[in-house]
Each structure stands twice: as C-alpha cells, then as structure tokens.
Design a protein around this ligand. Structure first.
Ligand code: SAH
Ligand code: SF4
Ligand code: F3S
Length: 447
C-alpha cells in the first residue's frame, strides 16, 4: 500500500509507484495491517508534515515487529520529499525502515526491493527526472479504469525560484519539463482508459518549456492547445502556477480554449510588497492584481484560489493588513493558508525576526475567517446557475450521484449511476457548507 502526503505531485507519483509495483505482482491493499509492503510518500513542506511521518513510522515499526513474531515480514519504504531531504538519516532514525527512495528515483523500486529482500537497507536519492519518466511502464487499461475519470499528469518538475521559505527547490531539484510527445501519449492513453479530465501538474507548471517533435520549445498554452484537440478529453486544468510565469499567452488561452476550466490556483502568499520581496517572490501585489484583472477580461466567469503564509519573519501588523486588503480586493473561491514554518536550510529560517506563535495564530484565524466567508459567498453565487458537472462516484444516499463543478465544488444530484464517468448539465439549487445540491437538466436526465 502507498500512503501519500503533500501536494498533487505526490498523488501522481503514488499512482505511478502503484502501477509499477502492480507489474511486479503486488496488489494494493486497503490497510497497512495486511500489507507486505508499505510506502509512505512523504511531504517536507512544513515542520509538522515531517514529524507526522516519524510518528507514523513508529506505529509501523510496532506492526512490523508483531508480524515478524508470526514469521511474516513487512517492508517499509519512505519515498517523497522527506526521503530526498533526509536520505540516510531516515534509516538511522527509524531502524524498521528498509528503503529510502527520492521523488526522482522511484522508478528503481523493483530493483531496490529485490535488494531489500536480501536484507539490504538502501537510501537512493539520485536526481534523474528524465530517466524516471522514460523507465516507468505505462499504466494498463484496468489500472486507469480503477482510478476514475479525472487524472493528473506531471508535465514539469522541480523549481528554480528559491522562495526564501521553501524546501521544494532542494527536494525536487531544478526545473525540468517533459517532452510534448510523451505527455500527449500519456494523456491519450488515459483518455482511452475512460479519463475525461486531466490536470497538468508541476511545481511551477506555467514555467513549462518542453520540447516538441521538431525540437522546438513549447509553452504551457501550446501544450494545452495540443491536448484540447483530444476529442474525448472534455476538461483541462493545470496547477500550480507562479505569478511571475503567468504570461499573457496563458491568460489568453483561458478565453480561447473552452475545455480549459475557468478556475486557476495562483498562490500569492502575501499582499505586502515588503514581505513579497523578503520571500523572494519577484513580484509585488499590483502585478498579482493585474494578472487577476486580465484573467477576468479573458474569461469573465473565472474563479481564483491561492495559498497564503502568515507570520513570515518580520511581518508587521501593516504587512498582514495588506494581505487582508488583497484578499478583499480579489475575492477568492477557495484557498489554503498556513502559519510560516521555519525550514532548516532555507534563508528565512535563519532570520532573527521570527514572529511569535500566538501572533501567527491570531493572524491565521483572521485570514481564514475572511477566506471562508469568501468561499461561502462564492458557493452561494453558484445557486441558480447551470453548470457542467463531471460525475465521479455514487453519492452518500441511495439514488444520488456526486461530481465536480468547473470550480472544483462537490455537487450532489439525484441521478442514474450510468451518468458516472461523464459530464452533464446541472441546475444548482442549494449551497451547503461543503457541497452544492443540484438537479440534472431534463435532456440529460433522459439520456
Ligand atoms: N509551487 C507552489 C507551491 C508549493 S508549496 C508555489 O510556488 O506556490 C505549497 C504551499 O505551501 C506554498 O504555496 C506555501 O503557501 C506553503 N509553504 C511552503 N513553504 C512553507 C513554509 N516554510 N511555511 C509555511 N507554509 C509554506
Ligand atoms: Fe517553493 Fe517558491 Fe518554488 Fe513554489 S515557487 S515551489 S513556493 S520555491
Ligand atoms: Fe510536499 Fe514535496 Fe509536494 S515537500 S508539497 S510533497 S513537492
């Protein structure tokens, strides 16, 4: 079993690991109790994320000892960004761990597991992005079908931005883009297996610069345009973008490509120019607001989401107020917000003007209250609208099916199970706190 933490890239990597091991004869289990192999696909973004992994490993070590006492074994693998950042440290800190494998070397898992079977304890954290994608086997049709109608495809990995708070450039390495043909064939295979929504992912997805068949550089809008030509692919998304790489051509793509969903995750982190500068974000609040304005011009029904950090070293009340002002100005559909967490090895962690925990907590609470109110306002504004819903699974009650709106809102309707796996028009009739209720429009209900 593979347990994933952190961002969507880890979710994607987890599916690739499961597909790879599926070929080796492993079957996925629902719980770790009856697994021969447990892979923790870890995240290192905040301090708590890494600590959670070590406590999880402590529990697995106990389970492993119990199995060993019955003459059975459980191999424990630590993958993902904690693996990359800590390498052999993980093997030292937790004796029960058999393998440590970084995000750029998991394609070697079958070989590493064979070595682990004879008792070796190895940490493999080499960087080899291109090797990785080339050596991973394509998923089989049953593997794709089992995962449903929406899929991620990694198109770009790594980060050259070095925001002063962030570990990603150290755990994922330098920016690297996959070639266009490789992405198109992966997308086509997913679509042939029943997928109709693809989210292109990358740590800086809009910095995508992949080579096409003629050896020319393609940008993200070029790639989106190309993928939009796959007939049975009905929805395209991309995440996560950096404001600095939000080129006008990408903004224009939102007006030109109907399959591109009107929803953009564009983290701003702070609304204060002074803090943005200290974060090394390389843009100010006005540049962000200008992007939002141009996106709305290109696609008037577009909605935005963002990530925020409060309590970055040196953040004053006025800086925090600037963040609140930016939020009021934009109006976000949904957002993630975090207290600044010092990460060893990053420049901001060494600053001597760290903010008091209680101040961080107060600011986070104020920001989250505002963001939550905006989310509710946005959801309420969808009531009465006709939207496309991509149905993914049965709903909680008998006769109900559930899916996602273009804005990633969960939507429930009364409807036939056959509607699962495709998109249908829905009239939104009510907004609850975490989902919308709707009614299938008549032509769709009959189909
Ligand atoms: N590549 C993306 C995000 C990567 S990490 C980007 O450029 O925006 C996801 C989010 O985690 C970040 O947007 C940020 O809000 C948060 N984050 C990263 N490092 C953090 C830290 N040290 N403390 C608190 N939050 C952090
Ligand atoms: Fe981290 Fe900044 Fe790179 Fe995003 S852009 S991954 S926040 S360094
Ligand atoms: Fe976490 Fe690594 Fe993603 S640190 S957010 S899993 S890139």
């Amino acid at each position: 079993m593979v347990k994933s933490y952190g961002c969507q890239m880890n979710v994607y990597d987890a599916t690739r690991m499961a597909d790879l091991l599926g070929r080796e004869g492993y079957a996925e289990t629902a719980s770790e109790d009856d697994a021969d192999l447990v892979i923790l696909n870890t995240c290192h973004i905040r301090e708590k994320a890494a600590e959670k992994i070590y406590s999880e490993l402590g529990k697995l070590a106990i389970a492993k000892r119990a199995l060993n006492a019955q003459g059975r074994d459980m191999k424990i693998v630590v993958a993902g960004c904690v693996a990359q950042a800590e390498g052999e440290e993980v093997l030292k800190r937790q004796r029960a761990v058999d393998l440590v494998v970084g995000p750029q070397s998991y394609h070697r898992l079958p070989e590493l597991l064979r070595q682990a079977a004879s008792g070796a304890r190895i940490a493999d954290t080499d960087f080899a992005v291109e090797d990785k994608f080339r050596s991973l086997p394509a998923p089989s049709r049953p593997q794709i079908r089992a995962r449903g109608v929406s899929a991620f495809v990694t198109v770009q990995e790594g980060c050259d931005k070095f925001c002063s708070f962030c570990v990603v450039p150290y755990t994922r390495g330098a920016e690297a883009s996959r070639p266009v043909a490789e992405i198109v064939s992966e997308a086509q295979r997913l679509v042939d297996g029943g997928v109709c929504e693809i989210t292109l992912i990358g740590q800086n997805v809009n910095a995508y610069r992949g080579l096409d068949e003629h050896g020319r550089e393609s940008s993200l809008p070029d790639l989106l345009d190309r993928l939009a030509r796959i007939p049975a692919l009905t929805r395209l998304r991309y995440t996560t973008s950096h404001p600095v790489d939000m080129a006008q051509a990408l903004i224009d793509a939102h007006g030109a490509i109907p399959k591109l969903m009107p929803y953009v995750h564009l983290p701003v982190q702070s609304g204060s120019d002074r803090i943005l500068k200290a974060m090394n974000r390389k843009h100010g609040a006005d540049a962000y607001l200008s992007i939002v304005e141009r996106l709305r011009l290109a696609r008037p029904d577009i909605a935005l989401s963002s990530d925020f950090i409060v309590g970055f070293p040196g953040e004053s009340d006025a800086d925090f107020e600037a963040t609140m002002a930016l939020v009021r100005n934009v109006g976000f559909a949904s957002s993630f917000s975090f207290k600044y967490s010092p990460r060893p090895g990053t420049p901001a962690a060494d600053r001597d003007d760290q903010i008091d925990e209680t101040v961080k907590s107060e600011r986070l609470a104020a920001l989250q209250a505002l963001l939550e109110a905006q989310r509710q306002t946005f959801n309420a504004a969808t009531v009465g609208r006709d939207v496309g819903v991509l149905f993914e699974k049965p709903g909680r009650h008998e006769g109900q099916i559930a899916g996602k709106s273009p804005y990633m809102q969960a939507v429930h309707v009364e409807g036939p199970m056959e509607a699962i796996g495709r998109e249908a028009r829905v009239k939104v009739i009510a907004a609850g706190s975490n989902s919308l209720a709707g009614r299938l429009l008549r032509e769709e209900a009959k189909a």
